[in-house]
Design a protein around this ligand. Structure first.
Ligand SMILES: Nc1ncnc2c1ncn2[C@@H]1O[C@H](COP(=O)(O)OP(=O)(O)OP(=O)(O)O)[C@@H](O)[C@H]1O
Ligand SMILES: [Mg+2]
Length: 308
């Protein structure tokens, strides 16, 4: 799961994953807006619903019943993700729909997940935007970790800030845990440190690294440190109603740096926009929003930042 395991190869599509700890913060909305802008800029873009168990991206795009879904790929009806892409009404933007009707998808087997991840790299596109489900299950974290851009959406509420911090923390431990899977003593140490009430009193990633260095030496610690440095989540604060709301991303940046040794980038805020809410409530495609929509305008700025 290191640098060389990124989902996209040198020639493959760039993958942007949109996650975050909490439900309902706007992951799907922001995935759509970012994909919309990429498509508008002329990039071949695929939006993929990886909210296994709670897929609703197609509804937000105004598609009532998608003719093909990821379930058709998992059940081998189609051999590639490319074959299950469906067109949207936006030029350059295609959709890989999720499969909410199959609840067992939430418990995707490791081999199935690996197959999906490998197949993403074969997609014929410039960008693939993954809309992840809520929570910090291994499935969600693994899709997040393989992406080129790891975007975490939060809202200004303290509970959302806490959840996002927990999400980033879980991503760090998931990566460390997978990287150490062939080394039982290291793996056990990492597993112990996940619970902050552990007997060795390792409360932060920094403290864990002191123990790793003691157990495995400086070289191993250094190479793991580099892997963690590569996570670099990009924070987007959604539903901003006043200027101070935008500090949420900055708060996570500070604590993640201090306790997790992770450098988060603060990508800025997306305004609360009642038209987004109205469109969703009325089942109107979010891509049909008036382009003067505040939220859409904010995501344009963010898409440009992510591209640069
Ligand atoms: N910037 C915004 N302004 C106003 N409403 C918003 C904004 N972003 C999202 N919403 C509304 O918040 C609700 C949740 O949004 P969305 O479905 O995108 O969240 P989610 O994080 O994908 O949720 P889930 O965890 O259930 O997948 C929707 O009703 C949506 O219209
Ligand atoms: Mg969603």
């Amino acid at each position: 799961m290191g640098k060389n395991d990124k989902v996209s190869g040198n020639t493959g599509a760039k993958v942007w994953a949109v996650g975050g700890g909490k439900g309902g913060v706007g992951k799907s909305t922001i995935s759509i807006f970012l994909a919309f802008w990429l498509a508008r800029m002329g990039k071949q873009t695929i939006l993929m619903d990886v909210d296994l168990g709670g897929a609703n991206l197609h509804t937000l795009l105004g598609i009532k019943s998608p003719p093909r879904t990821i379930n058709d790929f998992i059940t081998k009806k189609y051999n590639s993700l490319e074959d299950i892409c469906i067109d949207t009404e936006i030029e350059n933007l295609r959709l890989i729909s999720g499969a909410s009707e199959i609840l067992s998808l939430a418990n995707l087997q490791f081999a199935q997940k690996t197959k999906i991840i490998q197949n993403i790299s074969l997609l014929n596109a410039d960008y693939v935007v993954l809309d992840l489900g809520a929570g910090t299950s291994f499935n969600v974290l693994d899709f997040f970790l393989v992406a080129d851009k790891k975007i975490a959406v939060l809202t200004p509420q303290p509970t959302s800030i806490q959840n996002t911090y927990a999400f980033v923390r879980n991503a760090v431990y998931r990566k460390l845990s997978r990287l150490s899977s062939r080394d039982p003593s290291l793996h056990a140490l990492i597993k112990t440190s996940i619970d902050t009430k552990n007997e060795l009193k390792m409360q932060t990633v920094k403290e864990l690294f002191c123990f790793i260095q003691e157990l495995k030496g400086e070289d191993v610690a250094e190479s793991l440190r580099k892997e963690i440095e590569e996570i670099k989540p990009e924070m987007i604060t959604n539903m901003v109603r006043n200027p101070s709301d935008k500090n949420a991303g900055r708060i996570i940046q500070l604590v993640a740096e201090k306790y997790l040794m992770v450098h988060c980038a603060d990508m800025g805020g997306v305004d609360y926009d009642r038209y987004v809410y109205t469109a969703t409530s009325g089942m109107v495609a979010l891509t049909r929003l008036d382009q003067s929509s505040d939220a859409l305008a904010c995501t344009y700025e963010i898409a440009m930042k992510l591209l640069s």
